[in-house]
Design a protein around this ligand. Structure first.
Ligand code: DLZ
Length: 154
């Protein structure tokens, strides 16, 4: 995935909400996001990064950041790893539906950066390991979606 050179990122402000659970994974995803945003010319001062305790809190975190008016788009980063209880399903469905609702009812795009895996190894592979870093895709998606939103208001 890449961003067209016709897209101007200079007027874009990014919010990133990161979950502390499975921090080693979410920090790697965050690094992937920031690295890619900068690669496309986004300046540090245009990126606001906020932490929340777990993936379930991503929805509140993103909703409040959206309401603040400080950003044009948000990337919600979390990692849920399947355990022995149904907790995985509740957290995944709550966070996922919450992000869907924010996209449907809010004014700015919220990128779904929730990694849901069966094992820690699968999460490692996707956060800078053998299968790349999904954070790169989240950043590209955010740029494209902010461009989409801005194209309708100009
Ligand atoms: C409680 C919990 C569990 C068991 N697993 C995860 C996980 O794998 N990934 C994650 O981001 N958060 C987990 N949490 C915490 C919940 O997201 C949430 O923070 C708590 O239920 C408190 O609302």
């Amino acid at each position: 995935m890449s961003v067209s050179s016709t897209i101007d990122v200079s007027n874009m402000r990014f919010g990133v909400v990161v979950s502390e659970w499975n921090e080693q994974i979410t920090q790697s995803l965050l690094n992937g996001v920031v690295e890619t945003l900068k690669q496309y010319g986004v300046k540090d001062e245009k990126i606001i990064i906020k932490s929340v305790p777990g993936s379930f809190e991503l929805v509140f975190g993103a909703a409040q950041l959206a309401k603040s008016g400080l950003v044009d788009g948000i990337i919600a980063i979390g990692c849920v790893i399947r355990g022995d209880t149904p907790h995985f399903d509740y957290i995944c469905s709550g966070a996922t539906q919450g992000i869907v609702d924010l996209n449907l009812h809010g004014n700015i795009p919220v990128v779904y950066g929730l990694l849901t895996t069966n094992t820690l190894e699968q999460a490692e592979e996707r956060s800078g390991g053998l299968l790349g870093n999904k954070g790169n895709e989240y950043a590209v998606t955010a740029i494209k979606m902010i461009d989409y939103a801005q194209s309708l208001t100009k």
